[in-house]
Structure formats: structure tokens, C-alpha cells
Design a protein. Structure first.
Length: 526
């Protein structure tokens, strides 16, 4: 009592001990004491004291309080059992078939009681069956041929109807009910829909006032209730409910408390989850599946984007691949052979594209189609002869079987600069030529050095600058005024365009060399 901060005077403590002490052992019957203090506490009660004829005749007999059977019909009882099986996803067959090794469909009543207990229909389970309820089930499912047995298969079919109907294949037009139909409230729950309008309006006014109070104070109510819910069943006692409202400073009068308890209480206790669902309703979950599916269909209906800067023939595609292999030192065969487990020298078109994608060559759809058509396996339209393709690409380093031709002269592959592969129309080439001549003339007269300022913007020293930096350098060198129109700027940028990290940059080394060449400067000596 001291731990509970219940400081009692010594004289009062003596009276309490005399009231609840055992006359022989002197031990205190604390359940009886708690029962007297807390009326909601349910434990053992000293219903009657009998005096047996044996030597323990002075000891009181303490009997446990049995739950009341209540007036419940067979339909209500089966509905509760179906609800229990549905919510806990139990297979009824597994709890009874071991008692029926001959699969006769009939077991004894004691075995039926044991099976119900294993199913969770017992005092230590989720739902306690009273003796009258058990007898009701035994009477309804009694075996006509043997009155001491129960037809457990019939009981199983009736209960498992919550999942599906038996022999549904014989009735294809039969409408199967939704599983939510079989969910029933806990015993003792009030049918609030049939309550009077005054009672419903009174409860709604209380909930609206509490809702505004909790929203104003930003109250997080659920953790307070969960601290009292030791069994995690969503219920607390009536006293704990009132204590939680006091801790949350949601004050209510006695009449308001009774009205809330009448709506949310059942035989288990106060259903605080339903109360919080109305006090602090959560935002409904938006089902985005149909919307996302329509978006995907809309995206798939769009045509392919136009391809830019792609090669139109086999030589152009191979040159593009050889250039990247030469620079990055990629061995394509290492990526290809993983898809050819039998080393047959051929692979599917889809795997061929997948392997090239792993090499990160950045080939377009049209370029891949050119390669697949040219290196198609003989007699196999869905396969590609990847060995021939790898030999053609690796010829930039050496020629296969060179030991058989010792006098053959091998020329080293030197990839052309990327900016030289930019193809411009004749009109654009004419504009670039005139603009470059104007720039070179001023550079020649003023002996302007172009490289130093460009190098200031080239932090990684890869010989390129961005398009905005290219225009800024020409402005600082007072050469931007010689580029008359915006079209000339576009033509200059496309003439010396290179791809760096997926974006378009300008190769200033090629630009400066061409300016010096037109101005007839000595190599790298302006």
C-alpha cells in the first residue's frame, strides 16, 4: 500500500488486516481487498464458506466467478464463431481432424470440446463458450446415429462459409457475400443506430466539443490509452477511460461520461480505438491504383521521341562504338558471353541489347536495329552472332589470328575528334565560315590570346566549356559583337558541340585552333 501511495493510519491498517486476514495463516486475502476497493476488478470471490468433514474443515473454499451464459441464440453464437475464425484466419479442419483418424466426420462430445478449446473458444482463448452455449452446439450438430457424438464436418462447413461456399463450381452464378458481412461487434456492444435521437444528438455534441478541444491543443491521445491496454486488444476499463480523459484534459461531466460509455463500452471494456476514430479521424487512404494505371497507359500510348545525332549506316555505328571502346578500354566480349552459357557464339536480340546497354554506349533504337540486322545469325532471325560483332570492334587493337599472317601491316585505329562528326547543313556551314573569318581578322589585328581566358573556366581541364561560358569569354574578349545574329551563335555552338556528362558543351581547343589557322598564326604562337 505504501508503493501505491495509500498511506493508512496504523489503527485503520489493523482493522483492514483483521478484515481480510486468514484466521490460521495470517496471510492477507488481497484479491478480496482489491474487490472491495475497486468494484470493476474481477477476480476470485468468497461466495460461500462450507465446513467439510475432513481435517481442512476450517479452511474457506474460494470459488471462481463463472461468466454468465446470457441469452444468446444459435445464430448469434455461430456469427460470433465465424467472426473469430475470420479475424484470426483459423482453419477449423486442423483442430478436429486428428480426433477422427477414420475420417467418419463424427467425434465424441469431449473431443469436440477439446477442438473448440484449441480453436480459441475457451476461457484462455479469445472467446469463452459458456456451458449452455456448448450444449447448444452439441445439440444442433449431434450425430443422429450416435447421440454421444458430434458431426464436426458439418460444423466446419457452416463456420468456414466465411471464406467460400462449398461446391461453388456447381453454381457458377451464385453470388458470394463479402467477408465484411460476417464481422460482428463484441458482446455487450450497444446498437447505437437504434438509439433515440436525443441520445445520438447528445453524444454528437460531446464528441464535437472534445474534437475541437483536442485539435486546438494538438493532443496525441492514442499513446495515453495504449499505456493502459496491456493486452493490446483495443479496450480499457471504464475507470481507465476516465483517467485517460483527465490526463488529456478532456473534461466531461458524469452524464457525458455515461453517455460515452453507453456507446463505446462492451463486455470486454471501453473500446478506445472506436472512440479515437471519431475523436481524431484519420485521413482516408486514397486508392491511386486506377489513376496510376491510366497514367501508364497514357504514357505508353505516346510515340517514341525523335532521335538526334544518330548514325544512319553500319560504318557510322561501328565508328561510334570503336571510338568509345578505344577511349574507355571496354571489352565487349566480357559482357556478351554471360548470356551465352553454352558458348554457341550467338545470343537473343533482347540479350544483345541488354549487354550493349551495360557497356553504356548510349546507342539509339535505330542504331541497335542496324547492328542486329547486319550481325543476324544464319537461319536464326531472333539471334545475333555476337562473336563476329566483337571481332569487328576489337580490330581497333589487333587483328584476329595475326600469327597466321606475319607480313600483314596493322594500322592503329585513331578515332576522329567528336566535334568533327557534327554534320551541319550547307547554309549553316556558310554562316560559320563567315563568322569565323570576322573573328579571325580581329584576332590577327589585335594579336589576341584566346586560350588563357577559356582555361580559366575549364576547371577539370578537359578542353570544353559550357555554352554560356563560351559566350561569356567572347564577350570579355570583345569578340561577341562580331557574331551578328542569334542564329550564328547557334551555328557556332553546334559546329564545336561535344557531349560531356549528357549535356552539350563547346570544344574551345578546336575553336581556338581554327581561329589561329584562319589568322595564319604560327602553331600555338599567336
Amino acid at each position: 500500500m505504501h508503493f501505491l501511495s495509500l498511506n493508512v493510519a496504523p489503527d485503520d491498517l489493523k482493522l483492514i488486516c483483521r478484515k481480510f486476514a486468514d484466521p490460521h495463516t495470517g496471510d492477507i486475502n488481497y484479491p478480496a481487498f482489491v474487490q472491495c476497493v475497486d468494484r470493476e476488478f474481477v477476480n476470485y470471490t468468497q461466495d460461500e464458506i462450507s465446513k467439510p468433514t475432513n481435517k481442512d474443515e476450517d479452511k474457506p473454499i474460494i470459488t471462481a466467478v463463472e461468466p454468465g451464459d446470457g441469452k444468446i441464440t444459435l445464430d448469434d453464437l455461430m456469427a460470433r464463431i465465424r467472426h473469430h475464425v475470420l479475424t484470426n484466419r483459423r482453419r477449423v479442419c486442423e483442430f478436429f481432424q486428428d480426433f477422427d483418424p477414420l475420417r467418419s466426420g463424427s467425434i465424441t462430445k469431449s473431443q469436440f470440446r477439446r477442438g473448440l478449446s484449441d480453436l480459441g473458444l475457451s476461457a484462455i482463448g479469445q472467446h469463452n463458450l459458456a456451458e449452455s452455449q456448448y450444449k447448444m452446439l452439441c445439440s444442433y450438430y449431434e450425430d443422429p446415429s450416435m447421440t454421444d457424438k458430434v458431426l464436426w464436418t458439418r460444423f466446419m462447413d457452416d463456420v468456414e462459409s466465411v471464406f467460400t461456399q462449398q461446391q461453388l463450381e456447381k453454381h457458377p452464378t451464385h453470388v458470394v457475400h463479402q467477408q465484411e458481412v460476417f464481422l460482428v461487434p463484441k458482446p455487450g456492444t450497444m446498437d447505437f443506430d437504434n438509439a433515440s435521437n436525443d441520445h445520438q444528438g447528445f453524444v454528437e455534441e460531446i464528441m464535437e466539443r472534445l474534437r475541437q478541444r483536442s485539435n486546438q491543443r494538438r493532443v496525441l491521445a492514442k499513446p495515453v490509452f495504449q499505456d493502459f491496454d496491456r493486452h493490446n486488444n483495443g479496450h480499457v476499463t471504464r475507470g481507465q477511460f476516465r483517467q485517460c480523459l483527465t490526463m488529456l484534459e478532456l473534461h466531461c461531466t458524469e452524464a457525458e461520461m455515461q453517455a460515452l460509455e453507453a456507446k463505446f463500452c462492451n463486455d470486454t471494456g471501453f473500446h478506445y480505438l472506436a472512440f479515437l476514430g471519431e475523436l481524431q479521424p484519420a485521413e482516408p487512404i486514397q486508392h491511386m491504383y486506377v489513376k496510376r494505371l491510366n497514367e501508364l497507359r497514357l504514357v505508353n500510348e505516346k510515340g517514341a521521341l525523335p532521335e538526334h545525332n544518330t548514325a544512319c549506316d553500319l560504318d557510322g555505328v561501328l565508328t561510334k562504338i570503336k571510338t568509345q571502346v578505344y577511349k574507355q578500354r571496354v571489352r565487349i566480349y566480357e559482357w556478351m558471353r554471360d548470356y551465352d552459357k553454352l558458348r554457341s557464339g550467338r545470343m537473343l536480340r533482347t540479350n544483345f541489347r541488354r549487354a550493349l546497354d551495360l557497356c553504356k554506349f548510349g546507342l539509339a533504337e535505330g542504331e541497335l536495329a542496324i547492328l542486329e540486322d547486319h550481325y543476324q545469325a544464319v537461319g536464326e532471325p531472333d539471334y545475333v552472332d555476337y562473336v563476329c560483332f566483337c571481332d569487328a570492334v576489337e580490330s581497333i587493337f589487333t587483328i584476329k589470328n595475326l600469327e597466321k599472317a606475319p607480313l600483314l601491316e596493322v594500322k592503329q585505329f585513331k578515332p576522329s575528334e567528336e566535334w568533327k562528326q557534327n554534320n551541319l547543313t550547307p547554309e549553316m556551314e556558310n554562316l560559320v565560315t563567315k563568322c569565323m573569318e570576322r573573328l579571325a581578322e580581329k584576332v590577327r589585328k589585335n594579336r589576341i590570346q584566346l586560350f588563357p581566358l577559356f582555361e580559366d573556366y575549364d576547371r577539370v581541364h578537359n578542353g570544353t566549356v559550357s555554352r554560356s561560358q563560351f559566350r561569356r569569354v567572347l564577350c570579355e574578349l570583345e569578340l561577341a559583337s562580331l557574331v551578328a545574329t542569334e542564329q550564328e551563335w547557334v551555328c557556332l555552338q553546334q559546329k564545336f558541340d561535344v557531349k560531356v556528362g549528357g549535356k552539350d558543351d563547346v570544344n574551345y581547343n578546336a575553336f581556338c585552333d581554327m581561329i589561329y589557322e584562319i589568322a595564319h598564326f604560327e602553331w600555338r604562337k599567336p
